[in-house]
Ligand binder design. Structure first.
Ligand code: SF4
Length: 310
């Protein structure tokens, strides 16, 4: 039994959670619920994310491959959503992110999935690629909270989140886990088909940290609340690691919990965009770790810190 009182329990009790659901659903008439702000009326036609007003779930279950503070001994309760608001040409999950597939779910069904993960003993509910289904998640959460959901929620996002969406999530999400993919807008546009990524991403990270602060772990080492950054090291320093680490250290906190991810492999259309057609070299991994260290970042994920080369 998790003794932590998840943030949304309070908002559910006061009726604020129900109001957030209505507000999120209203925004889908001219949608600005992710960084694209494409303005689609999702009650009439899909947005740029291919979504209307129902979420599609690709898979769900206890996940034991997430960061240690999330997986613990019983796993993180991951729910993988189909489609995405990004178009990364090297996507490692293109089979689910670049089309609509899996199982279309209504709010009742999505709530039942959340509760089933809690029943399995998972330590948290981990929404993977949730930005484009913010309203659908909130509607399901309202039902799940009524039925006793109490686990902390993880917003596991590509980091292209709008302020509209994050305002709706304030006091609901306990653990924000955004990617910081790029420091350069032109590279983001070329590789992920999005505009203004660094500005929108950094604004989102500031807001996430304002809402939840640095990552807090309980006595078991499990995440309870706060910010956890994922940064995928790309070949040719396409991710701009040094700039991103400096941003985190200087504008967020040197105690930001950072996972420097080393699992890049050429996937999907990566062969069309050299140097994405190769894995990063050992020298590039070393450089990324040095960049984090030089910026003053103090909390690297255990698995990445164990791979330090110096
Ligand atoms: S979530 Fe983003 S891409 Fe999807 S409809 Fe809304 S603004 Fe457009």
């Amino acid at each position: 039994m998790n003794t932590f009182e998840a943030s949304y329990r309070n908002l559910h009790t006061t009726g604020e959670l129900a109001q957030r659901v209505s507000a999120a659903q209203a925004r889908q008439h001219a949608c600005d619920l992710c960084g694209r702000s494409c303005g689609a009326d999702r009650y009439v036609e899909p947005g740029s994310c291919r979504m209307r007003t129902r979420a599609w779930v690709s898979s769900y279950g206890p996940h034991h491959g997430e960061e240690n503070p999330l997986r613990g001994s019983k796993g993180s309760g991951t729910i993988f959503f189909s489609s995405c608001n990004l178009r990364c040409c090297y996507c490692q999950n293109a089979d689910i992110s670049q089309k609509v597939s899996g199982m279309e779910v209504d709010a009742q069904e999505l709530a039942a999935i959340m509760l089933s993960l809690q029943d399995k003993g998972c330590h948290n509910i981990n929404f993977v690629s949730p930005s484009h289904v913010t309203a659908e998640i909130l509607a399901a959460l309202l039902i799940a909270a009524q039925l006793g959901l109490h686990l902390p929620l993880v917003w596991n996002t590509g980091g292209y989140d709008s302020m509209s969406s994050l305002t709706l999530l304030d006091g609901i999400i306990d653990i924000y886990m955004p990617d910081m993919k790029y420091a350069d807008a032109d590279i983001a546009s070329r590789l992920s088909g999005i505009t203004d990524y660094p500005r929108i991403n950094q604004q989102a990270v500031r807001e996430m940290h304002r809402q939840t602060g640095d990552l807090i772990l309980d006595e078991r080492g499990l995440a309870q609340r706060g910010l956890l950054i994922r940064h995928l090291i790309l070949p040719g320093n396409l991710a701009g690691t040094a700039q991103i680490m400096r941003f985190l250290a200087e504008e967020i906190s040197v105690d930001t919990y950072v996972n420097l991810m080393e699992q890049y492999r050429p996937c999907y259309q990566a062969h069309t965009q050299p140097p994405l057609d190769r894995t990063p070299t050992q020298q590039e991994f070393k450089r990324a770790h040095r960049d984090a260290s030089a910026a003053g970042i103090t909390r690297l994920d255990q698995r990445t810190s164990s791979l330090r080369f110096f």
